[in-house]
Structure formats: C-alpha cells, structure tokens
Design a protein. Sequence first.
Length: 195
Amino acid sequence: MAAFEKHTQTDIEKAVLWRISVVLWGARNGLKLDGDFVECACYKGTTARIICDAIKFGDRQDKRYYLYDLFDHDPTMPHHTMPEHSKELFRYVKDRFSDCGNVTVTQGSVPQVLATVAPEKIAFMHIDLNNAAAEIGALDCLFEKMVPGAVLVLDDYGWLGYRAQKLAEDPWFAARGYFVVELPTGQGLVIKQKG
Ligand SMILES: C[S@@+](CC[C@H](N)C(=O)[O-])C[C@H]1O[C@@H](n2cnc3c(N)ncnc32)[C@H](O)[C@@H]1O
C-alpha cells in the first residue's frame, strides 16, 4: 500500500488497486523462477513502478524488467490515444526508473520491437496493450519464452470494451491446450505449464 500510495496520481490509477494486487502476486511468484519480467505495455510505468518498490526489484542482481510502449500517439496508429501520450513520455518513464538499473524501458511497437529487445526466459508477464492484434503478436513472440510456473496476466481480458481481445485470445490459448481464467477484476490469468 505504501508503494501504491506513493506512485498513483489519478483516480483511474487508484481505481485499479485490485488489478495491481494481482500483478504483484504474479511478480512475487516470478521471483522464485528463472527468467525476467515483461510488461507490454507500460504507459506511464505506474504499475511496474509500484511492483518495483513493493518487491525491491532494483536490488535484484538476477532479473531484468522489460517495459515496452509506443508512449506517443498519432492518428495512423491503431491503438487509442491516452491522456499522457506525448513526445516526452518515453523520457519521463525512463527517468521514473532511473534508480533501477535492471529495468529496461523500450519505445516501439509490439510485436515488431520484440525482435530487437526481449528476454530469453520470462518468469512473469503482464500484457496490457488494449489491442487484440498486438496482444496476439506479443503472445506469438513471448509465450514460449515463459518458464513453467510463470504467471501471465492479461489486463483487459474480461472487459466488454476490449471484447476483441478475449475473442482472439481464447482460440489462441485453446490451440495450445490452455484455458484463461477470468478474474473478478476483469483480468485474465494463465499459468505456464511444462512442455
Ligand atoms: C492501458 S495502457 C497500459 C497501462 C500500464 N500497463 C499500467 O498498468 O500502468 C495501454 C498502453 O498500450 C500501448 N500500446 C498500444 N498498442 C501498442 C503497441 N502495438 N506497441 C506498444 N505499445 C502499445 C499504448 O501506448 C498505451 O500506453
């Protein structure tokens, strides 16, 4: 709660306390596993910043946290604009993690940017792209890198406003023998299995 109080700025951020709590659970589980953490996408970095404080992630020698976002918006881009999108947001987020040398903030479009910067093994992943095609692209690139026992949180899975994501993700997971559990927060949850 101390990290949450310190780093949430808006009513919208304060309203997603339970969602952040679920992300924290997945991150704590990931600390026991081999591999790094991923967030596609981080926007202002608020959730990742809270997680870093809560688990003292900056002190970890064995893990990196990979954060991705476009950080900006123009009408040619398929994602919807958000209030803080700007030319300056990338720099703001980098500065926000300046005390955590093991956090890598990358500007670019998921999934294409993952060909340039991505971990080898993933111990926790949070996908929050608000865009079905981009989320499937992220899963195509990254799900196989998740180690057994790693938690995947799909932020918008159950929300009617993002229905296209659930409709794309259910068959994607079914084809691989997985079912997503929908949480009361609207998040979807998957735990990576062996094999
Ligand atoms: C809801 S926000 C993420 C909030 C963040 N996960 C948090 O909890 O604080 C969604 C973000 O997805 C980003 N986004 C959408 N499509 C993207 C893409 N193809 N590649 C990278 N970022 C994308 C947007 O720029 C936006 O900042």
